[in-house]
Design a protein. Structure first.
Lengths: 116, 112
């Protein structure tokens, strides 16, 4: 059974389009995250939700909007896609809130977004 | 401000030799440190973490890491490298008020 899953795995789209990436975890965790990995493989936190409540909202353009319908799901919607949005987006989850927590974060397989 | 540094972009070792991937950190307060591995076109896999206690932490796939508070380091080690260990390794810090802060990653290449 996949612990943290993401769909789609690959996403190729045109500039200006709106797209969504879905994430689901079956670990029973309370906290979920979105990370962005750029072309240089650098990883950075974008958002974190704890029990459907937004906890972390880093300096991310407001074209990015996370939504958590329940604590097992965290989706990422991106409006008006730009070339610079091309990256790999990782979803992760942990039992407790990550800030200062000792809990391990478990990552999904990633979604490679390519904006043409 | 808290930060993690991985001073080497790439580490090359021969199969069967010991390997070390370096990580240093900067934090006020207690550091919670993690190592993750990323294989090509895959997600990040957790290897091990240091929370408190014994400075030598054992993890998955025969990896271990040594926490050194005085040198603010958390180096990843393995006594005998395998070709299959070739991957991208990330050191990460978990501090209050944020999620994981990652180093830039170190590519490990193990030659046969």
């Amino acid at each position: 059974d996949t612990a943290v899953s993401q769909t789609p795995k690959y996403l190729v789209t045109q500039m200006g389009n709106d797209k969504s990436i879905k994430c689901e975890q079956n670990l029973g965790h309370d906290t979920m995250y979105w990370y962005k990995q750029d072309s240089k493989k650098f990883l950075k936190i974008m958002f974190s939700y704890n029990n459907k409540e937004l906890i972390i909202n880093e300096t991310v353009p407001n074209r990015f909007s996370p939504k958590s319908p329940d604590k097992a799901h965290l989706n990422l919607h991106i409006n008006s896609l730009e070339l610079g949005d091309s990256a790999v987006y990782f979803c992760a989850s942990s039992q407790d809130f990550g800030g200062g927590s000792t809990d391990t974060q478990y990552f999904g397989p990633g979604t490679r977004l390519t904006v043409l | 401000a808290q930060s993690v540094a991985q001073p080497e972009d790439q580490v090359n070792v021969a199969e069967g030799n010991p390997l070390t991937v370096k990580c240093t950190y900067s934090v006020s307060g207690n550091p919670y440190l993690f190592w993750y591995v990323q294989y090509p076109n895959r997600g990040l896999q957790f290897l091990l973490k240091y929370i408190t206690g014994d400075n030598l932490v054992k993890g998955s796939y025969g990896f271990e890491a040594e926490f050194n508070k005085s040198q603010t380091s958390f180096h990843l080690k393995k006594p005998s490298a395998l070709v299959s260990d070739s991957a991208l390794y990330f050191c990460a810090l978990n501090q209050a008020g944020t999620a994981l802060i990652f180093g830039k990653g170190t590519t490990l290449s193990v030659s046969s």
